[in-house]
Design a protein around this ligand. Structure first.
Ligand code: G1P
Length: 292
């Protein structure tokens, strides 16, 4: 593998977000907040904390709010300055400075694999990270950083995995392979959302990948799979035939923010971590539980 440094992240954000209607009728689902920070900002911050500055957003029509969020808002910031609200102005400006956001359109909803392929002209011949916006991972060392370290030390593409109960395997891409050491698997099989009896293991991919650019030629050769869409998992199965592919059991707590209960779970967890909010949230929880 020629270049080992991972400098770019791809964040697919082209979906319609129908699971969150009516909230997503006029705003992108990525802008739904966890407390007061949009989900997409948490994801971009994970990439940035991992040492990545170029963030490639694969987007679609009606997603302009995401681009605006990562830009400066001159009117707002000036008006906050004039009102001596420097802290708020700085919060807004710091998001504008966070990363170099590069947007590219996925012009038709042809699946996650196709969305990643749309980023090929921007990624070029470099390794890159993929972060899915519906998975929030809370960890001391960012999950993407953990995968980058495996990529850089092993010289092989790597997917983040977590063990899930048997009855949950049909919600994820599942890997199978040979355990090299605890937490590290050499992957020889990947199946998108298998039924429990066909799953090669209970190791699921919750939306974190660090991949060599050779995934692009694999995705070009990937036929539509589950749901008639071009699946990233199927592209990875082809990659595992031409290159070594690893799965790494990352450390961290994962929240499924693509699901309403998962979103509430993440909201509570993140609110309880905020010293200014925790006592109030605990009190509210007690009040609601007393009422139940
Ligand atoms: C996608 C991927 C799947 C992965 C999952 C993680 O599915 O296709 O392989 O395990 O994200 O959240 P989705 O949940 O978008 O249907």
């Amino acid at each position: 593998m020629s270049q080992l440094r991972v400098r770019k992240a791809v964040i697919p954000a082209a979906g319609l977000g129908t699971r969150f209607l009516p909230a997503t009728k006029a705003i992108p689902k990525e802008m739904i907040p966890i407390v007061d920070v949009p989900m997409i900002q948490h994801i971009v911050e994970e990439a940035v904390r991992s040492g990545i500055h170029d963030v490639i957003l694969v987007t679609a029509r009606h997603k302009e709010a995401i681009e605006n969020h990562f830009d400066f808002n001159f009117e707002l910031e000036e008006s906050l300055d004039q009102k001596q609200k420097k802290d708020l102005a700085e919060i807004s400006r710091s998001i504008g400075r966070l990363c170099n956001l590069i947007s590219i359109r996925q012009k038709a909803p042809m699946g996650l694999g196709h969305a990643v392929l749309c980023a090929a002209p921007v990624v070029g011949q470099e390794p890159f990270a993929v972060l899915l916006g519906d998975d929030l991972i809370d960890s001391e060392v960012p999950c993407t950083r953990q995968l980058m370290e495996i990529y850089e030390s092993q010289g092989a593409s790597v997917v983040g995995v977590m063990e899930v109960p048997q009855d949950q395997v049909s919600k994820y891409g599942i890997v199978g392979g040979r355990t090299l050491r605890p937490g590290l698997i050499e992957v020889d099989q990947l199946v998108e959302k298998p039924s429990p009896e066909l799953a090669p293991s209970r190791y699921a991919i919750p939306g974190r990948y660090v991949l060599s650019h050779r995934i692009f030629e694999c995705l070009q050769n990937t036929k539509p799979g589950k749901g008639g869409e071009i699946q990233l998992t199927d592209g990875l199965q082809l990659l595992a035939r031409v290159e070594r592919l690893l799965a790494y059991e990352f450390e961290g707590t994962r929240y499924d923010t693509g699901d309403r209960l998962g979103l509430i779970d993440a909201t509570l967890a993140y609110a309880l971590k905020r010293p200014e909010l925790a006592p109030g949230v605990q009190e509210l929880l007690r009040k609601h539980l007393r009422g139940s």
